[in-house]
Design a protein around this ligand. Sequence first.
Ligand code: PMP
Length: 442
Amino acid sequence: MALDRNSSPNDLSAFWMPFTANRQFKAAPRMLVGAEGMYYRTADGRQVLDGTAGLWCCNAGHCRPKITEAVQKQVAELDYAPAFQMGHPKAFELASALRDMAPEGMEHVFFTNSGSESVETALKIAIAYHRARGEGARTRLIGRERGYHGVNFGGISVGGIGPNRKMFGSLLTGVDHLPHTHLPDQNAFTRGQPEHGANLADDLERLVALHGADTIAAVIVEPMSGSTGVLLPPKGYLERLREITKKHGILLIFDEVITGFGRLGSSFAAEHFGVLPDLMTTAKGLTNGVIPMGAVLTTAGVHDAFMQGPEHMIEFFHGYTYSGNPIASAAGLATLETYREEGLFENAAALAPYWEEALHSLKGLPHVIDIRNMGLIGAVELEPIAGEPTKRAFTAFLNAFEKDLMIRTTGDIIAMSPPLMINKAQIDELFGKLTDVLKALD
Ligand code: PMP
């Protein structure tokens, strides 16, 4: 055992960081050592305004006492219990609480440990569902360009973000993609849902004509795309997608890993847009990011196809060692209670117009070519520097951090999604700092 290798706290060599160029990071590490409410604390004692709720997940804000205490209590009482042929009360309680929070019609909950696992689980449920109903030829999966569905093989296959796919070869077969809905010529600077683009959903009819509906298992989309840089669904688009999928017996999966838990001012995007999918994937805000956990929600129709299907399909041959983990379940219950007790989704809805106004006041600043928003989420798209895409936004990210503001960038898009406990003064602080950053860009 090499425990005596004398690693110093300043040794950054061992951790191979995700989605990070290690060499660049090591040159100027950005270390967070504490957090409370709306702010992170850095090693040098600065308070950094969290404009992104961590990675779109700390919707209730940081180190909230109720959640912290629930985790502490649970870890001392029952640290781990398997969910295979065994149970513990908290997982059942959380499943019921989640069902009660979800749009009517979502009846059953399958626990995972992340958004990526929720996506894999939902895709497998979709394929097995058709098999249980005697339609085993329905295996084709349809995603969308620019979609982000995590990083596992199913997720990057149905996902539509080039850089996430190109290192990994041919991926899953039998996958197609709908066109993305970003139409900057027609929709730039739209507040909320854009007017143009509902007809892009009709592309699904083309895929049905090409392959036959009886080969298609499911369509998966983010009801509002987050990670690609906040793309709102055009008015009527989701309704059209629902109509076409229903007509052809294709399951519709909403990936609500970002849009769930109040981000748009409602519990879920499905509720916000008034469109009920057959399955929903969630994670992130389910436990406020405190303990890894995800969940897939399904309608009774999907679940019952297994329960009433052939004998060998009553048991779903899928699950994780940590599915419904007691500590994660305790964190989830305390998180959902915090959302409810503090009225955080209502706060997001009430502040959305103020947020929108502040965000759109950035129009006219140098290099700003589009602004998009809904609920407490927003994006500012910058004109890329020729030959150096991503450089301008990444510079903004670095400079914002120097000004004690955390934002996120993807390509040349700046994305913001603060904890839902934010207030007007903090919104002013956020956009004041961002304005300074944007004004100073080349
Ligand atoms: N789906 C969506 C829509 C996401 O935004 C994300 C994460 N940003 C994921 C899936 C993957 O979640 P995780 O990183 O927890 O695996």
